[in-house]
Design a protein around this ligand. Structure first.
Ligand code: HGY
Ligand code: MN
Ligand code: MN
Length: 413
């Protein structure tokens, strides 16, 4: 394919501009679904896609599709893209490199004179992060039918607001039934993303050709004890919800460390204590548990043992436990032809490349249920992610965008 010119200065400037659309001061990024920074970020990306001459469509929950029509527009398109929503106090590259980098890849292909047979479509997924409604990948779950329109409508945020009401307030209309995409709606889908791990940087490798995405599962747990006066209630009479939670948090860590699989990870990311007063015994605690592994069997073993421990601890401490499963998703295997196309594109570009798994989940986890899917990773500094000092260098991003463009060009015929 003709020499591709990646305008990396333009991409870096666009990422900087997007990073200022945040509920927290840069470098910390907070961009939660349907909040003002999220809507402003979407408008920013939409304007950039419009100036690139792409045909824009937004679905009933705000998934954005920006299409470069091919010479045979009725053929299933090639999709690429990622997300711009960001968990509180996180970084400016997670997801955005796949959205603005995907746009840059399309612009480079446009200026190379390529006339693709298949259309190439950039996607900005609604709510890849679980922040607002407690479950990740809302947009791609809905597209792939993993989340039904009814379940989607009834998702509730911390204030009890329904997704259906919040998306309407945000200006997204239409029936939720229309979000679902048909099988093979895309001939291929390829997502560019920072690795969110240390391997590529540590080994000095430029490109990761992802072969599989880890299986995530999540719980929400509410522990109800009896609370009371910190001075008046003697220890034998207590049913302290936070002490029960503390035992459970450590059991979550032990469960991940004892599956025998080095890839099992488990995290309690949220722990809310009520009433939260220095002289009041915690009467209730709300926890979330996130468990993952590339191997489903070891993920499930950890997940089951955590739930057993929750029951044991709450019985022994006279605390009530309400456990709700948020999600239990299988791992996804990336499509062989896409992995091969990424490797071939890396060779053409003279870039080192290695096959690897993704420990983070992505919208590609669910796009893989719709058709052949692949992911391109680029290194990020120290593997840091979901923290303000997340960083991808212009050189790394340029190589990633060029590899993506070459891969899309090949796949688009
Ligand atoms: O949690 C994840 O793996 C993704 O960053 N949402
Ligand atoms: Mn993330
Ligand atoms: Mn991400």
């Amino acid at each position: 394919m003709a020499e591709l010119k990646i305008d990396i200065d333009r991409l870096v400037a666009e990422l900087q501009e997007l990073s200022r659309l945040s509920a927290t001061e840069p470098p910390a990024i907070t961009r939660v679904l349907y909040t003002e920074p999220d809507l402003a970020g979407r408008a920013f990306v939409k304007a950039k896609c419009t100036s690139a001459g792409l045909v824009i469509r937004e679905d009933a929950i705000g998934n954005l599709f920006a299409r470069w029509p091919g010479s045979e527009p009725n053929l299933p398109a090639i999709g690429t893209g990622s997300h711009i929503d960001a968990i509180p106090h996180s970084g400016m590259y997670d997801g955005t490199v796949g959205v603005l980098g995907g746009l840059e890849a399309i612009r480079a292909l446009q200026s190379s004179g390529l006339r693709p047979r298949r259309s190439i479509e950039l996607l900005l997924f609604t709510s890849e992060e679980p922040t607002r409604f407690g479950i990740g990948c809302v947009g791609s779950r809905a597209m792939s039918g993993t989340l039904s329109p009814t379940a989607l409508a009834e998702l509730r945020d911390a204030d009890g607001k329904r997704l259906d009401d919040v998306r309407t307030e945000a200006g997204y209309r239409g029936s939720l039934d229309t979000v679902r995409l048909k099988e093979n709606h895309y001939a291929f889908f390829v997502e560019l993303h920072i690795e969110q791990g240390p391997i590529l940087e540590r080994e000095g490798i430029a490109i990761g050709a992802v072969t599989a995405i880890a299986a995530p599962a999540a719980l929400k747990v509410t522990l109800n004890g009896s609370g009371g006066h910190a001075g008046a209630v003697l220890m034998p009479q207590r049913h302290d919800a936070l002490c029960a939670a503390a035992e459970i948090v450590l059991a979550v860590e032990t469960a991940a460390k004892t599956t025998g699989s080095p890839d099992t990870v488990a995290t309690v990311g949220i722990c809310q204590v009520h009433p939260g007063a220095i002289n009041s015994i915690p009467s209730s605690v709300h926890l979330t548990v996130d468990v993952r592994d590339i191997v489903l069997e070891s993920r499930d073993r950890a997940f089951a043992s955590i739930q057993e421990t929750i029951q044991k601890v709450s019985t022994s401490r006279g605390v009530q436990a309400k456990v709700e499963t948020i999600s239990t998703d299988p791992p996804a295997t990336m499509a062989g032809p896409i992995v091969a196309a990424i490797e071939a594109a890396s060779v053409d570009g003279g870039f080192s490349c290695k096959r690897m798994v993704s420990r983070a989940y992505h919208d590609s986890l669910f796009m893989a249920r719709l058709g052949p899917t692949g992911m391109i990773f680029i290194p990020c500094r120290n593997g840091y992610s979901h923290r303000p000092d997340e960083y991808a260098s212009p050189e790394a991003m340029k190589i990633g965008v060029e590899t993506l463009a070459q891969t899309l060009g090949r796949l688009a015929g």
